[in-house]
Unconditional design. Structure first.
Length: 297
């Protein structure tokens, strides 16, 4: 009985931030956890251009690190191949690699690529909060204030699209300011829907999204934002959510690292992503804490 009560309390702790009556009663008491947006279009901590450049820089580094496995994609994009061969040569010189052959290329783990590119790495581990389950930590390096430190993966739903069954008992649904929902659950029906949509959109060897965040070893090491825990009175928020629409000119060969996919293509629109941006400098070993509420006033 004690174990059952403990499990119910844990589930309530995860779900209560999405229970409207609880929110209404606790808004005043929990002001430090609110996400204030003065206007619906102004929730930007950093510029969209900075988000774009960070993702571009990281994804290019991951692509070069995986260069030996990109043959089918590069065969379709000869002009892109030339650009990456030049970048690979520069990277090899920087890394003091003597051989220019692909098979001689040293392959880093995604976390090592992130550290070599942005100066930090993040990963999932047991949260420092009691009964909070999994959390996300800066495992190496230093993250300056105003840095994209992770991404919120998942299937993107517009207001009218069906998400009822996926939402049952699901603590990983993120609501954007305009009502767009992102289902970041990596299990059950949510997992199946994401994989189905991802494979639907694949064009030959060109993947339009990343499925690896559904596993324990994501190829995009930033795609762990759904496991960032809510702040508390003891642990203040050190990151915040920021919505980002992927521009149409985003390199097609790098879309394989985007951990989001749209549920349907009824309306032509940019892919919605959500990144987590640091509110202060964060040191190695610190856990990331966000806020779950969205309040638009």
């Amino acid at each position: 009985a004690v174990a059952m009560l403990r499990e119910l309390r844990r589930r309530w702790g995860s779900y209560k931030y999405r229970f409207v009556p609880w929110l209404a009663l606790n808004l005043r008491r929990q002001r430090r956890t609110l996400r204030y947006v003065p206007e619906s279009s102004q929730d930007k901590i950093i510029a969209d251009e900075d988000v774009f450049e960070t993702l571009l820089k990281t994804f290019k580094a991951l692509f070069i690190n995986d260069f030996s496995r990109q043959a089918d994609i590069l065969a379709l994009l000869p002009e892109v191949k030339c650009q990456y061969l030049e970048l690979l040569t520069v990277e090899q010189k920087r890394s003091k690699v003597n051989s220019c052959k692909h098979q001689g290329q040293h392959v880093f783990t995604p976390e090592e690529v992130l550290f070599n590119t942005l100066g930090f790495s993040v990963s999932r581990d047991q949260s420092s909060l009691v009964s909070a389950g999994t959390g996300v930590f800066v495992t190496k390096g230093f993250v300056p204030k105003g840095t994209v430190v992770s991404m919120y993966p998942g299937t993107v739903y517009r207001k009218h699209e069906p998400i009822f069954f996926q939402s049952l008992g699901n603590p990983f649904i993120f609501r954007c300011i305009d009502g767009v929902l992102i289902d970041g659950n990596d299990k059950g029906l949510s997992r199946s829907v994401y994989r189905s949509c991802s494979r639907r959109d694949q064009l030959g060897p060109l993947q339009m999204s990343d499925e690896s965040w559904l596993t324990a070893t994501p190829q995009n090491p930033l795609a762990v934002g759904q496991y960032v825990n809510n702040c508390s009175h003891e642990k203040a928020a050190n990151v915040c959510y920021q919505e980002f629409d992927v521009p149409g000119h985003f390199p097609v060969e790098l879309k394989q690292y985007l951990p989001n996919i749209v549920y349907s293509h009824d309306i032509e629109s940019h892919l919605r992503c959500v990144v987590l941006v640091t509110l202060r400098d964060i040191k190695q070993g610190e856990e990331l804490f966000s806020n779950y509420y969205t309040v638009v006033s």
